[in-house]
Design a binder for this molecule. Structure first.
Ligand SMILES: Cc1cc2nc3c(=O)[nH]c(=O)nc-3n(C[C@H](O)[C@H](O)[C@H](O)COP(=O)(O)O)c2cc1C
Length: 200
């Protein structure tokens, strides 16, 4: 029930350099300094052995335009298809890791695995971010990187969405402007207990 989430395309490769892509929603930033993130992957995924073998991967952020490919890479296995080829995605050489980057993605985050936590259904790959690449097409008029220009993809309850309207910016709640007062919808104080079910 922790939604919405990013749905990212994680690119991996085996020792021989054969690349693959797996869509991952169980992903997140876990530390600023040192920069670290995690992805959680089921051992039965084809990509899993590649992650364990090479201990490297690239997180490729997704956009509205990449929605179809994101879904495809999350429902087809690299055991059966070449997802780069099928989705016409371009392999780009990463700077620090052997896994290829996806050229069409606006941001590529190169990662090296530090620790694997065998949690249960999913094993969590805790990784250091070793390089980040951002497409200059998404620089705003002040030459600042603006990911919203790339129209990021959001994943919520099994469905893909584009982002909605901008509501504020970091720290706006403590700004002095009058217009920034809290607007909270009234709840009727009733909550339903929802049965948990495994989706991914
Ligand atoms: C939106 C979405 C999110 C997903 N998130 C995860 C995830 O976090 N972890 C995981 O192991 N599988 C996840 N999956 C399933 C895998 O991407 C899927 O099983 C994929 O076919 C595995 O590819 P592979 O066999 O080539 O490794 C997700 C699928 C979709 C469509």
């Amino acid at each position: 029930m922790l939604y919405p989430l990013p749905a990212v395309m994680v690119s991996v490769s085996d020792r021989e350099g054969r690349g693959n892509i797996i869509t991952v929603a169980w992903a997140g930033t876990i530390c600023t300094n040192p920069p670290m993130l995690s992805i959680s992957v089921r051992p039965e995924r084809y990509s899993y052995h590649m992650l364990v073998e090479t201990k490297e991967f690239v997180v490729n952020l997704t956009t509205e335009q990449l929605c179809f490919a994101t879904d495809y890479c999350g429902v087809r296995s690299g055991r059966d298809v070449d997802k780069f080829k099928e989705m016409k995605l371009t392999k780009e050489k990463a700077s620090k890791v052997k896994a290829p980057m996806i050229k069409e993605s606006p941001v590529n985050i190169e990662c090296r695995v530090r620790k694997i936590e065998e949690l249960g259904s999913h094993h969590m790959f805790i990784a250091d971010v070793v390089a980040v690449h951002a497409d200059e097409a998404y620089l705003d008029e002040k030459n600042k990187f603006d990911l919203s220009l790339a129209k990021p993809l959001v994943y919520s309850h099994g469905e893909y969405y584009s982002m909605g309207k901008r509501l504020g910016k970091f720290g706006y709640s403590v700004c002095r402007k009058k217009s920034m007062s809290p607007k909270i919808a009234k709840s009727n104080d009733k909550k339903t207990k929802i049965k948990t079910k495994n989706k991914k």
